[in-house]
Design a protein around this ligand. Structure first.
Ligand SMILES: *[C@@H]1O[C@H](CO)[C@@H](O)[C@H](O)[C@H]1NC(C)=O
Length: 245
């Protein structure tokens, strides 16, 4: 997991104009922040022209203007101030983000189902859905016999539920072959291990239960209506004619 805290200072932002902005990143690969790095980059349009990297410890310029500024700032108070930022800004803020965002992660509920049966003209389609999770960043992918699937996958964006929770759906098109194992894998901050859901064949247990309940209801309905009809036939009096005189 890479943690990135980014502060964007945009000085002017216009679709048809120039864009001068400064991005401050705090990057660490672990929660103990042992390899924490502070990167401060100034851009003109999309080109970075000067950067401070806390591991390097001074400014480095990439254009003529950047090199001149780097020379000047590395001799002045700018570089001293910048060296303190890794503690003042990054080490102070990242734990706050940890406790307010990552520690509040909510695990997704995952559903794997058949969207479309295979036919002679279409492959089958499976859908793997993750519901009710937080934070939004999530990684959903598929395994076929343990190997990651690279093609035939279409995923939606993370979609807002409007209540701080998110959902996402990933579709896999495949032609079923017997004995093959298909799994949906979800990686999310709420779980240290990837969550793996195996596809149980063309019917899942819940599909099977629905079919059993549906078929039982149908048979019961036929029995009851037949019994009712027979009862009606037996008890209803025959028609009598009333003769008028
Ligand atoms: C910062 O400097 C270190 C050491 O040179 C380097 O390994 C790292 O990739 C640099 N980071 C960035 C974002 O340039």
């Amino acid at each position: 997991m890479i943690l990135i805290l980014q502060l964007l200072l945009a000085l002017s932002l216009r679709a048809d104009g120039y864009n001068h902005y400064r991005v401050k990143d705090c990057v660490s690969s672990s929660s103990d922040l042992s390899d924490l790095e502070f990167i401060d980059t100034i851009y003109f349009n999309k080109d970075p022209y000067i950067r401070f990297n806390s591991t390097v410890g001074e400014f480095v310029g990439f254009t003529e203007l950047g090199v001149k500024n780097a020379e000047r700032w590395n001799k002045g108070p700018e570089v001293v101030q910048e060296r303190a930022e890794v503690d003042r800004y990054c080490r102070h803020n990242l734990p706050l983000y940890y406790s307010h965002i990552l520690d509040k992660a909510v695990k997704p509920k995952i559903r794997l189902r058949l969207e479309k049966h295979a036919s002679s003209s279409h492959p089958a389609m499976l859908m793997c859905s993750a519901y009710g999770y937080y934070p939004p960043a999530i990684y959903v992918y598929w395994l076929r016999d343990g190997k990651k699937v690279t093609g035939d996958v279409v995923s939606t964006e993370e979609m807002r539920d409007g209540n701080w929770y998110y959902q996402i759906h990933s579709h896999l098109e495949y032609t079923p072959t017997s004995g093959e194992k298909i799994s949906c894998v979800v990686e999310h901050d709420s779980s240290k291990e990837p969550i793996i859901i195996d596809w149980e064949g063309s019917f899942t247990d819940s599909d099977m239960n629905k079919i059993i309940v549906g078929a039982s209801g149908f048979v019961l309905g036929i029995i009851l209506s037949t019994a009712g009809f027979i009862y009606y036939k037996k008890t209803s009096p025959g028609q009598t004619l009333i003769q008028q005189t």
